[in-house]
Design a protein around this ligand. Structure first.
Ligand code: NOJ
Length: 750
């Protein structure tokens, strides 16, 4: 017995030791800074020349694909000369090995390269655009899609992704709204964490994890008039309450890098903004990773007009807190000169920047083995559309679809329809379905909507197709054929929307309706009198009031990626009951922009009185509100029950609601909880999302959903810009979207 006990004890001890060993070997910024790594950096720094240090701070693009002017073509010679420490837009196990070899074998210190790429929504297997994924409100799936992207990208030699984009975007004219999680700070923050977790997986040392980069720091999404790269002028309160938190969440999750934004903030370009990069990010938040600029954004401080030349720009950037220069070659060309001419503290700033960059390289294990990510065998196994990845892409894609309208339960369709017309410029299209920023994705591998429908419709169903028009046609010649096809069908599926290039970078639109003559196409198909299902594909909210009023069934499908056509067909034929909710408000027209749910009341909230805050020609309400989305079943909410009506700072409040599936199908619902602070030392939004739960219910079943609220959830920046909680009265809302909610009241006492 004693012996048995002894054996069990030693097994337990070894298990604990093993666990300790495993944990202590996890490498990421969330762990305490490793003394061993810092010592290694110290000794390396002590033997590095100024040129070698500046080399580490330099990032150049390769010749694969570029997103701006390529002003450095000699990057290979630069690698061999130790003048570049990181390269982007190069991948493939063999090619990255070749580049790595140049750095390791030719340079004096053999410091390995860091290899980055824009892996935004998948690498080879392409997932929905980030705005689409956000519509799933499914954090575990979002994390998993980032995980798969990391597995594929690292198998192709990459270490670093320029994602997630965590810019809050309240203006759908801005094309980059497609790349983020939409308009809400809370949703944006939890998604930021999920993505960092997915990419980095808490351990940068593993060869299947990517260093993440939260971008663009900061307020890039607030570009004036929704015009990309435009200026930003905003209060510190809005900056801190709305735009900064998703970055802070990413830092808390251990994000390895942060990218500066192109825009100025209150007169100071982000790339030369010490308050943002050093005071807030590095000092206040304790960020230990490194700051990379966006593409040539140091150089752009000259046209911004805060410096006369690039040399001055470089000095401003490094002293503001920039650690690595993307593509601008400003550090490369001028930083040594600036130091020689006596840079006030510039040298110590350079040492700090290099330390941060080397820290990431150590965490990745590149100093132990520079080629650990260049594994041709693994590349073969993993990068070519692995069946498990494709299967999950379909799961992610269908969870991202939002059912906007379903009059008369037109959807789901009966599989045995005699004749089905699939019409529209996006109906038989793969190229657009992959969306903007499609990394190494091959659009020819996408499943088009027409292909998806053909696979799932009954073999006896006749499927007719007509394009009707191209996405941005200005003529209507093709419409007649589409109308003829629609007339022959029992039901028409009409796929309309944007081209992939119409969202993403440098893709602002002043009018956000359907491009070209597509609106005309929709009208003419509607006039046939056939039941019409509109399938929207787009990278931003669209202003489509006519469609919303007339067309009986509407599906918002964003750009769903590789498996798009299968996922949409799953929803159309009822294999999957849609559960997505809008992460962003859909306006009725462009004049309402910016329109977002967490607006303030004003002193004259809208009423029948003329002299209140409203338009003469359009209601204040959106076309579709934030958080909105239907299902093939229906959900009913009970009244909210609070465990207390008065709480102190130390108490927790529990809010409970019962949700019943009152419809015919099993389905999922995103139960949303919002709070309003009725009176503060400064005005507060009408509603702020503070929590949500995605639940699954069988028909006829009721479940109780409970939210826990602490006084920490009620904090904000008060009149003195102190982040704290104020006593007073609050309204708590729970509901199916940001407008249809039930409410309860509570008081916070000191
Ligand atoms: C410019 C974009 O703004 C940024 O998001 C991207 O990561 C870089 N180009 C690199 O491609």
């Amino acid at each position: 017995m004693k012996q048995l006990y002894h054996i069990a004890f030693s097994i337990a001890v070894s298990a604990v030791l093993l666990l300790f060993y495993a944990c202590s070997h996890k490498r990421d910024l969330k762990q305490t800074k490793s003394g061993e790594i810092e010592r290694k950096i110290d000794s390396l720094l002590s033997i590095m020349t100024l040129e070698e240090k500046i080399g580490q701070m330099t990032l150049f693009t390769s010749d694969f694909n570029v997103t701006g002017p390529t002003i450095r073509e000699n990057y290979k010679a630069d690698i061999k000369a130790g003048k570049v420490g990181a390269v982007f837009n190069a991948f493939g196990a063999a090619y990255t090995r070749e580049l790595q070899k140049m750095a390791v074998e030719n340079t004096r210190l053999g410091i390995p390269l860091l290899l980055g790429y824009d892996v935004i929504h998948g690498f080879r297997t392409i997932f929905p655009i980030p705005l689409g994924e956000a519509a799933s409100w499914d954090l575990a799936s979002i994390e998993n899609s980032a995980r798969i992207a990391a597995v594929e990208a690292t198998a192709d030699g990459l270490h670093w992704t320029f994602a997630p984009m965590v810019d809050i975007a309240r203006d759908p004219r801005w094309g980059r709204i497609a790349e983020g999680a939409g308009e809400d700070t809370y949703l944006g923050s939890v998604i930021a964490k999920a993505k960092v977790k997915g990419f980095q997986n808490g351990d940068l040392y593993k060869t299947n994890t990517l260093v993440a980069c939260a971008k663009h720091f900061v307020a890039y999404g607030a570009a004036l008039a929704g015009r990309d790269y435009n200026i930003v002028d905003m209060s510190e309160r809005t900056l801190r309450e709305i735009y900064l938190p998703p970055f802070k969440a990413a830092v808390e999750e251990g994000v390895g890098t942060i990218m500066t934004s192109f825009n100025e903030i209150n007169g100071v370009p982000a790339t030369g903004n010490r308050m943002i990069l050093t005071d807030i990010l590095k000092i206040e938040w304790g960020f230990d990773g490194f700051v990379v600029t966006d593409y040539t954004s140091i150089n752009e401080m000259v046209p911004h007009g805060v410096v006369m030349d690039e040399k001055e720009a470089g000095k401003l950037a490094v002293n503001a807190g920039v650690d690595m220069d993307m593509q601008g070659a400003v550090f490369y060309n001028y930083l040594a000169e600036s130091v020689e001419q006596g840079g006030d503290g510039t040298m110590s700033r350079i040492d700090d920047a290099v330390r941060r960059i080397l820290r990431i390289k150590y965490l990745l294990g590149l100093f132990e083995d520079a080629y650990r990510y260049c594994d041709e065998q693994k590349e073969k196994e993993l990068v070519l559309l692995h069946p498990d990845h494709i299967a999950f892409a379909r799961v992610m894609a269908r969870r991202s679809i939002v059912l906007l309208k379903n009059k008369g339960d037109l959807l789901p369709l009966d599989q045995n329809i005699t004749t089905l017309a699939v019409v529209g410029p996006l109906a038989d299209n793969k190229k657009e379905m992959i969306g903007p920023w499609s990394a190494a994705g091959d659009y020819t591998r996408c499943v088009s909507l027409l292909e998806g429908i053909k696979k799932q419709a009954h073999p006896n169903t006749r499927i007719l197709f007509a394009k009707g028009c191209n996405i941005d046609d200005t003529h209507t010649y093709l419409i007649r054929e589409a109308v003829a096809v629609a007339r022959k069908a029992d039901v028409v599926i009409l796929a309309v929307g944007e081209a992939a290039w119409m969202s993403g970078e440098a893709a602002s639109r002043s009018m956000i309706g359907l491009p070209g003559v597509q609106q005309e196409l929709v009208k003419r198909i509607y006039e046939t009198g056939k039941p019409v299902i509109v399938v929207l594909m787009n990278g931003r909210p669209l202003a489509i009031p006519w469609i919303a009023e007339h067309i009986p069934a509407i599906l918002e499908t964003w750009f769903l990626g590789t498996t798009g056509g299968d996922a949409i067909s799953d929803v159309i034929f009822g294999k999957y009951n849609p559960s997505g909710k809008l992460p962003v408000t859909f306006p009725r027209n462009e004049g309402q922009i910016p329109i977002f749910y967490n607006a303030k009341n004003t002193g004259r909230p809208i009423s029948d009185n003329k002299y209140t805050s409203k338009y003469l020609d359009v209601p204040n309400t959106p076309l579709y509100p934030f958080g909105y989305g239907l299902s093939y079943t229906t959900f009913e909410y009970s009244n909210i029950i609070l465990n207390k009506n008065e709480i102190s700072y130390k108490d927790t409040l529990k809010a409970m609601v019962e949700v019943t599936n009152t419809g015919p199908e099993k389905g999922e619902e995103v139960v949303q909880m919002y709070i309003r602070d009725l009176a503060g030392s400064v005005t507060r939004p009408l509603k702020e999302l503070k929590g949500f739960q995605k639940i699954k219910l069988e028909p006829g079943v009721t479940t109780r959903v409970t939210f826990t609220i602490t006084s920490g959830d009620l904090k904000y920046y008060d009149i003195n810009m102190e982040y704290k909680v104020e006593p007073g009265d609050f309204v708590l809302f729970i509901g199916t979207n940001s407008i249809e909610t039930r409410e309860a009241y509570f008081t916070l006492i000191e």
